[in-house]
Write a protein that binds this ligand. Sequence first.
Ligand code: NIG
Ligand code: FE
Length: 411
Amino acid sequence: MTTDDRWDGLLLDVGLATLVDNGVPYGAIADGAIGWRDGVITFAGPRSELAGDPHALAHRVESLPGTWVTPGLIDCHTHLVFGGDRAQEFEQRLEGASYEEIARAGGGIVSSVRATRAASEDDLLRQSLPRAKALLADGVTTLEIKSGYGLEPDAERRMLRVARRIGVELGIDVRTSFLGMHALPPEYAGRRDEYVALVCDTMLPSLAGEELVDAVDAFCEGIGFTHDETERLFRKASELGLPVKLHAEQLSDLGGAALVARYSGLSADHLEWTSEEGVRAMAEAGTVAVLLPGAYYALRDTRPPPIEAFRRHGVAMAVATDLNPGTSPLLSLRLAMGMACTLFRLTPEEALRGATVHAAHALGLDDRGILAPGRRADLAIWNIRHLPELCYWIGGDLLREVRVAGERPHE
Ligand code: NIG
Ligand code: FE
């Protein structure tokens, strides 16, 4: 290898959770090495398979004994751009009010809409950036952010622009989802059709034209939008060539999982009320099940998603924070992974796959999520002895550092 061919970086004496199917749990390699160049992994394997002097192989060589490297975590479902908070609603729920009652009384999502509409773009960025930083501090290198607290063209645009700016500010990859059909804005009470038309015929095409929309989402629920309204949105998304995903069956079964599967959706999310038929449709379409244990926990839900059926039908399960001001003020994807184990009985390995490779697929990304040559060098480096520790510790500071396409993200 000549000097110019050298890799940019090489880590030695690390454990690797490659998540590649090599017959070992986690695709683990205990005494591993990982190298990258131009943001892409060039080598991920046993240290013993690295021939020659490491310094002849890479510009920067680091030995990190006592660490494990996993793919950078991918939070594939967040609503982290919003104004204000809903701590008062938390108190109301503890006093006995349900999420649906609060929403029907004009609180819930609509109260975040008021605070978000009142915020300027810079103000929204200032409020939202610390939340993104908190996720990064616990290992996230790819982040999905939804709109849905604007519910009018300008405020939805502001949210999506802030999402893009967060990616630039932090030097991480942010994927956006347009969630104009999150709740009916109060000014459209009694005029649902007009709002659905505004979303489908005006907002979505114009925001997509501004390159602000990577995927299209909706809240298909009694307090959200009906099956038919959701389908109208999906038809429009398909016309525009945009992938779809759906908040489905969180509080009741409106057949959302089967609907999003019919549109070859990337993911169906929540899924506490999903039927066997819905699971089967997802399996056939390859639609990922995104589990959101933070919302389940915060709403003190008692009906877990049908995990056993997902396993039986071979539906890939992702895990995400659902970071939002109402139902999941959760600032750690690693904690969501722990909750997925404790509350939904995922294994720690399933939870890690859920926050990496399956989360990547829930965003339509196949260039990341495992440690293998040719994949993006998105890495999380952890000070742990055993991989299940990622789910076992509740809180704490396990992360040594992350690399995003081989680089350290901005502070
Ligand atoms: O994913 N369910 C709908 N959307 C969010 C909650 C949003 C909110 O309450 O502000 C969720 O749980
Ligand atoms: Fe959500």
